[in-house]
Ligand binder design. Sequence first.
Ligand SMILES: [Zn+2]
Length: 389
Amino acid sequence: MKWNQQKIKIKNKQKILHTVINQAPISRADLATQLGLTKGTVSTLVGELIEEKICLESGPGESSGGRRPVILLFNEKAGYSVGIDLGVNYILGILTDLKGQIIQEQKEEMDTRNEDECVEAIINMIHSLISSAPQSPYGIVGIGIGIPGILNKEETIILAPNLGWENSNIKDRIQEAFQVPVLLENEANAGAYGEKKYGAGKNYTNVVYVSAGVGIGGGIIFDNELYRGSRGFSGEIGHMTIELNGKPCRCGNNGCWELYASEKALLNQAQAILGANEKVNLDYLVKIAEENEQIKHVFTTLGKYLGIGILNIINTFNPEEVIIGNQLASAKKWLIGPINDYIETHNIKFDEGHIKITFAELGFHSAARGVSAQTIDHFLKSREQIALV
Ligand SMILES: [Zn+2]
């Protein structure tokens, strides 16, 4: 077969697989109609996918008379993927099937600032997750790790300020330990990917995900794809200036957004109100805001600051949807009102009512499920690319 024909064949096969994944159960005849391919082409390519154990045939589907067609399913048990979300004070790990459904989950609270200890803990967690994977034709198809920092295109961690890591290459160490493809992704990009694939962003083409945790990061989905910028540093929105003479930031500037609208900003203000002896965390604050007007006011102010930054994002990117994720998503109850109020009163008038502001649907799993999904997508694509070489 000529290279060009081979390329068309792979494209068609990927289209078929994509449609089966999204629409199964589906028959060969429906695939042919939907994709504008001949029944013969569909039959051959589906045959290959079944042989490769990526698709399965199942009993009779609906028929409009005559012979009942055999329906096709995606074999999500053909392999498994690992997703790790590395936080400043925790490591969250999940094992998922090829549909991204969580099979196993582990969380370890720890100070992740010591790089060697942290990498060791990640490796141990991955070992443990892998050992719980059921037998499957492809085994572990890859490992994805979400990092709270800036990565270059080679996936070296240039700087993870909240971890205190600089120029570190943990990808090679983990790849060496497991001998499967490993990918590293900025945590906000991972969250954006996860929400786009399985959560609040599923039905939207242009989405900005705001990861509001210890710091603030952003993941941009542009035309259904993750936008990384020219050198991979897009989305450093936590350091946009929102107060000209504001507080000094560790990035060297003043008045950065994350100093006013992150979880850390919230905890610092609440601590000042409640006194140094009170043990303050987000869940506790969400609860006591019911009775404590001062704490409720801290949430309201934080919500307003979130609104200011989000409006800047809206005016820059004109997305259909902004998703607020990471830790502060659990304070939705107190934040959604002030955010919407700010945006409604300050939005450019011609764009009123066109933007959806929402919170992460996958909760704490956005980033872990996002990197797991990237790994799966990479596996499903690269299988075919190998055939081209
Ligand atoms: Zn800054």
